[in-house]
Design a protein around this ligand. Structure first.
Ligand SMILES: Nc1nc2c(c(=O)[nH]1)N[C@H]1C(S)=C(S)[C@@H](COP(=O)(O)O)O[C@H]1N2
Ligand SMILES: [Mo]
Length: 427
């Protein structure tokens, strides 16, 4: 019965979000447990800044009914516990802005074959916004945290969304990342933070998978390890506050249950995956990825003087994108694209490529498959496809391992754009 009520709230919530965000569309999981909307069109990926109206939304609990005047962020695990009002957060500390490409760890999940559980979206769960707020560093320093001796410690962040199934939304990030570039955001693209994006205040973890950017932040707790059952000592035994950190959002084969680790030797998701430092990676920083935004594949294109402009975005979490290549023949040949536009850590870059089409030789429509693939500063290139692997010890270069949660996939073939090219009127 409770479930029926919850999914009714879900439906109403999604409907309201769709009304306010005409650039998105609903995507549901099998139990209708999540409120999610993804970008409606791949044209979103032809622009650097994603309007709020096109920015995807993802969370599983109901949106808390927050009152900005009453909301407090508790800072604990420090010498001077604090309760900060929104007024204090906004006025006492410096105001900064960060650009962040928010990518759901489950982006591209819909391309897993066989199908995984949960929300089956394609590549529409990624967006770039400019977030305004207060540096986490300033707040923690004020609360007595030795911010320059942060290594080996963690910041555990607790969401104020009412938990379903006793699973509070709790995530831990290394304290070094928290004091480096994370912010407590209360503005998005120059507007007040909308309720579905975390009003009145959320964490932004630049360049890391969306799951780390806790919305509706209620508590910041400085801890010695990632969240564990003992982080909440005093709370009842059967709480499952570790689930979103350690159970979910881990990259693992079917049927395995990842251990609760205290810490990880590297927060680079790709390095965790291909190295042997941790059995089943946590989804921290985003893997190298790219998407074509134009042509969008929805309508035919006509070359102008034999040329078609291809445009898109490429990102690599908190690493740099160094190269983007384009194929117009389904992957047989590749050509370097130009990287241009804003260049901020944690946000995507624009790329462009002028395709000299061979259409002058024909007067019939032809269909082409356009692909993009990006490479990061460590020379890691997007793999071609997602495939089930028997042996995770040796991951082939062109494969991203199918994993039970459908996380962190960055293969380029599933994101190919089929475009119909019509010859222009002869000049
Ligand atoms: N409190 C809370 N924060 C949350 C979530 C949640 O369920 N509860 N979902 C996370 C996930 S999985 C993603 S992808 C991002 C999405 O942020 P957005 O909805 O602003 O795009 O929020 C993250 N923050
Ligand atoms: Mo997500």
């Amino acid at each position: 019965m409770v479930k029926t009520d919850r999914s009714k709230t879900r439906v109403a919530e999604i409907e309201k979000i769709l009304e306010q965000k005409p650039g998105t569309r609903a995507v549901r999981d099998e139990d209708d447990r999540y409120t999610v909307v993804s970008a409606a069109s791949s044209r979103t990926f032809a622009d650097w800044l994603t309007p709020v109206a096109e920015h995807f939304v993802c969370h599983r609990n109901d949106i808390p009914d927050a009152d900005r005047e009453m909301w407090e962020v508790h800072v604990t695990g420090v010498s001077d516990d604090e309760r900060l009002s929104m007024g204090t957060i906004r006025e006492t500390y410096p105001t900064v802005a960060v650009a962040h490409t928010m990518e759901c760890a489950g982006n591209n999940r819909g391309y897993h074959d066989p199908e995984t559980g949960s929300v089956q979206w394609g590549a529409g769960a990624v967006a770039t916004a400019v977030w305004t707020g207060t540096p986490v560093r300033a707040v923690l320093k004020d609360c007595g945290v030795a911010v320059d001796e942060a290594s080996d410690r963690w910041l555990t962040v607790i969401g104020g969304d009412p938990p379903a199934d006793d699973k509070m939304y709790v995530k831990s990030i290394p304290l070094t990342k928290a004091v480096d570039d994370c912010i407590l955001a209360y503005g998005m693209n120059g507007q007040s933070l909308p309720p579905e994006h975390g009003f009145p205040v959320r964490l932004i973890v630049p360049g890391w998978y969306g799951t780390n950017s806790v919305k509706w932040v209620e508590e910041l707790r400085v801890t010695d390890t990632m969240v564990s059952q003992s982080t909440f000592s005093g709370d009842s035994e059967d709480r499952t506050d570790t689930y979103w950190q350690h159970g979910s959002y881990r990259i693992h084969p079917e049927g395995s249950e990842p251990d609760i680790e205290e810490t990880v030797p590297t927060v680079d998701t790709w390095e965790q995956l291909v190295g042997d430092s941790v059995d089943y990676p946590y989804t921290f920083d985003e893997n190298v990825m790219s998407l074509i935004g134009l042509p969008d594949g929805e309508s035919p294109v006509t070359p102008e003087q034999g040329r078609v402009e291809i445009r898109g975005v490429a990102w690599a979490g908190d690493d740099r994108v160094t190269r983007v290549e384009i194929s117009t023949d389904g992957g047989d040949s590749w050509h370097d694209a130009d990287l241009y536009g804003p260049d901020y850590d944690g946000a995507w870059r624009l790329f462009g490529y002028t395709w000299e089409s061979d259409l002058d030789d024909t007067d019939a429509d032809r269909t082409y498959t356009l692909l993009s693939r990006a490479t990061d500063e460590y020379d890691r290139t997007q793999p071609a496809r997602i495939a089930v692997l028997d042996d995770w010890e040796e991951i082939p270069d062109d494969v991203f391992p199918w994993n039970e949660g459908g996380y962190a996939a960055n293969a380029y073939l599933p994101n190919g754009i089929e475009v119909q090219v019509s010859p222009g009127a002869s000049e």
